[in-house]
Write a protein that binds this ligand. Structure first.
Ligand SMILES: NC(=O)C1=CN([C@@H]2O[C@H](COP(=O)(O)OP(=O)(O)OC[C@H]3O[C@@H](n4cnc5c(N)ncnc54)[C@H](OP(=O)(O)O)[C@@H]3O)[C@@H](O)[C@H]2O)C=CC1
Ligand SMILES: O=C(O)[C@@H]1CCC=N1
Length: 313
């Protein structure tokens, strides 16, 4: 019942995904999370208290490189409401973790993927398992070439709001077999528990990486700039940030309503001769639309380079 999910390279995104998935499981009732065991540690308890289907993880392992990072993750997971009892954290032992897992989430830097997958025994430990890569710029074909043919390689592009279960994840599978049946359900269950998720052809992945993967950073620049404007006009900083963040959230939620369109939302705010049109014209004078759109274009082009060997300079 349930399965073990291992995050290899548990940094910013690994933490975001694990936090979201475990929080999602904890919000279900009755809940069954297996407290992890590790060879050199006292075995933890495993006390399922209710039914779970096989497409949900019940045990979690987070792998990092440095002992320092174990401490850092402990601080994250030991925080009030943290996940210390449900997530086993290990440094420098990817092989053991992968061996004990059914599904592996690869969350290291793109340039480390080959090195990690080439560690002795890893390929064999991945035999027949689901390997989900969130690496920017590294293709399914590249990863497939680095593992054995029985490993089912999936590509996903999540974003940091997964941490609060407001993520956007795009998923791609190269073949119908690697994304079929139970596997598809496993992937959907992981990523739909931490936000929205949709399947898209891999050819769109670099654009998705730029738009939704990098997007929280771009959105926060806009958010900060709005708040700065409020501060310039005398608003206290905390209130300015709250107003900006909630306004962006509200507008985004309206845009996600069925049949909604951002132009219609904009127009509905824009009273003829009013203050909104005055502000909008200033934004247009600053070429805000093409600047933002070009940022996505440039980020897409850069994403496509990330999985490639560095060109000589
Ligand atoms: N940041 C983002 O918003 C997004 C990132 N991505 C992709 O996610 C991936 C991770 O990004 P991010 O989370 O920001 O990166 P981080 O640098 O925060 O995390 C990388 C992690 O990999 C660990 N690591 C390094 N070497 C090894 C190793 N040999 N074995 C196991 N773990 C190792 C590091 O451990 P240690 O701390 O010990 O060094 C670190 O915890 C990237 O490929 C990126 O393209 C995708 C979508 C969004
Ligand atoms: O900046 C990056 O390369 C990663 C990928 C998407 C978000 N962060």
């Amino acid at each position: 019942m349930g399965y073990t999910l291992c995050v290899v390279g548990c940094g910013t995104m690994g933490v975001a995904i694990l936090s979201g998935v475990v929080a999602s499981l904890e919000s279900r009732s009755p809940l069954s999370i297996t407290h992890p065991k590790w060879e050199s540690h006292t075995p933890g308890t495993s006390t399922p208290v209710g039914p779970l289907d096989d497409t949900l993880p019940t045990r979690f392992i987070a792998c990092v490189k440095r002992e320092d990072s174990v401490k850092r993750l402990r601080a994250v997971f030991d925080a009030p409401g943290g996940l210390s009892s449900t997530v086993q954290i290990v440094a420098g032992d990817n092989l053991n973790a992968v061996k004990q897992s059914d599904v592996v989430l690869l969350c290291c830097k793109p340039q480390l993927a080959y090195t990690i997958l080439s560690e002795p025994g890893i390929k064999e430990a991945l035999d027949g398992k689901l390997l989900i890569s969130i690496l920017a710029g590294v293709t399914i074909k590249q990863i497939t070439d680095w593992v054995t043919p029985t490993t089912k390689v999936i590509r996903a592009m999540p974003n940091t709001p997964c941490k609060i279960r407001e993520g956007m994840t795009v998923i791609s599978t190269l073949t119908s077999t690697s994304g079929s049946g139970g596997d598809r359900q496993i992937i959907l269950n992981i990523f739909s528990s931490i936000g929205r998720c949709r399947f898209l052809d891999e050819k769109h992945f670099d654009a998705c990486t730029a738009l939704s993967g990098s997007g929280p950073a771009f959105a926060c620049i806009f958010l900060e700039a709005m708040a700065d404007g409020g501060v310039m006009m005398g608003l206290p900083r905390p209130e300015a940030l709250e107003l900006a963040a909630q306004t962006l959230q509200g507008a985004a939620r309206m845009a996600l309503q069925p049949g909604a369109h951002p132009a219609q939302i904009k127009d509905s705010v824009t009273t003829p001769g009013g203050c909104t049109i005055a502000g909008l014209l200033t934004l247009e004078d600053g070429r805000v639309r093409s600047t933002i759109a070009r940022a996505i274009q440039v980020a897409t082009e850069r994403a496509s380079e990330l999985g490639q060997p560095a060109a000589p300079r």
